[in-house]
Design a protein around this ligand. Structure first.
Ligand SMILES: C[S@@+](CC[C@H](N)C(=O)[O-])C[C@H]1O[C@@H](n2cnc3c(N)ncnc32)[C@H](O)[C@@H]1O
Length: 314
């Protein structure tokens, strides 16, 4: 594990910047906006350029590198509050700022940033040797090392199958159990390679397991699902919620929740009487928006982006 690459620069290509920020209808607005996933600050900067000086932006991230970089990049904007904290606690953070309702809109740009994925020492990459880490939040105690070395074989199979849709989950989990402790990203990647059949494909055999591990370490799906539901109650009538996803399970959560709140009743099927608030969201796009051909050519990972937009109507 020599020569861990020291990355001082923060690199991230902001995906579907125009489409995401256009969805907020924020040009000249003096309303309150929230960026739940600040990252490199690309979406935030575009929102700040467009809203009026009376408008406000609150931006969250759990990653120290992202926070430090964005604080510097966006230092000239006085109407921005950057919060080092999870979007999961959006309600209490907004309350502390004296904000009762998000009047303009909220964006989520899910997954890891390019900076996180490519900074060797963060342990997200199966191409660069580093301790098994994968935490978005450097203060969190659970790391990929703990998942790989402490979880039961069945738990690993579940994670690799559910979050990575990995066909060879059982073989891989078994090999992990037999070879523990596993210390580094390259050790794990080699073990995966050696325990799965050689199939001619452009995708590295460790891709799905590394993605599944990242989702588990950071509780990504559960955090997003809980926060999206919370956010629906925090936005004011007329405000927008925009969700950019890169993984089919994330997109399914956004699609299901939006659809449910856009339907006329969410009560149990056998309920005698309707007790819910009825339709409170309007879907702005029935099918998710995707990146343009030009953007995909410039930044190939944007090919898996899906943007869903909803508006609070009641
Ligand atoms: C894809 S990046 C966002 C990139 C950003 N939109 C830009 O244009 O530069 C996702 C970011 O969300 C952050 N993140 C992940 N889970 C989070 C959570 N629960 N609370 C706050 N931020 C989170 C990650 O640390 C990462 O920096």
């Amino acid at each position: 594990m020599e020569n861990l690459e020291e990355k001082k620069e923060f690199h991230h290509y902001t995906v579907m910047k125009k489409e995401v920020v256009d969805s907020l209808n924020c040009d000249g607005s003096d309303k309150i906006f929230v960026d739940c996933t600040l990252g490199g600050g690309g979406h935030s900067e575009e929102i700040l350029k467009r809203i009026s000086k009376q408008g406000r932006l609150i931006a969250f991230d759990v990653d120290d590198d992202a926070i430090n970089h964005a604080k510097n990049r966006l230092k000239d904007y006085k109407n921005l509050a950057i919060i080092k904290g999870s979007y999961l606690d959006i309600d209490s953070h907004l309350k502390n700022l004296g904000i009762e309702k998000i009047t303009g809109g909220v964006i989520f740009d899910l997954g890891a940033s390019y900076h996180q994925l490519t900074t060797a020492q963060r342990g997200f990459s199966f191409m660069k040797d580093a301790p098994l880490d994968m935490r978005f939040n450097q203060q969190q105690t659970k790391t990929a090392y703990e998942v790989i070395n402490k979880y039961s074989e069945n738990e690993l199979v579940e994670i690799f199958s559910n979050y990575g849709q990995e066909r060879f989950s059982k073989r891989i989990a078994h090999a992990i159990i037999k070879n523990r402790p596993i210390e580094t990203t390259l050790e794990l990647a080699k073990l995966i390679q050696n325990s799965t059949p050689k199939i001619k494909t452009k995708i590295h055999s460790a891709t799905r397991v590394f993605q599944a591990l990242r989702i588990e370490v950071n509780g990504e799906l559960l955090n997003f699902e809980n926060t999206l539901k919370k956010t629906i109650s925090l936005v004011d009538i007329g405000a927008i919620i925009s969700v950019l996803t890169f993984h089919s399970l994330e997109d399914r959560i956004a699609k299901t929740i939006f659809k449910s709140y856009a339907s006329s009743c969410r009560c149990e099927k056998n309920a005698i009487k309707c007790t819910c608030e009825g339709k409170i969201l309007e879907l702005i796009n029935k099918k998710p928006l995707i990146a343009s051909v030009e953007e995909i050519a410039l930044n190939p990972p944007s090919r898996s982006a899906k943007l869903r937009i909803a508006k609070k109507i009641k």
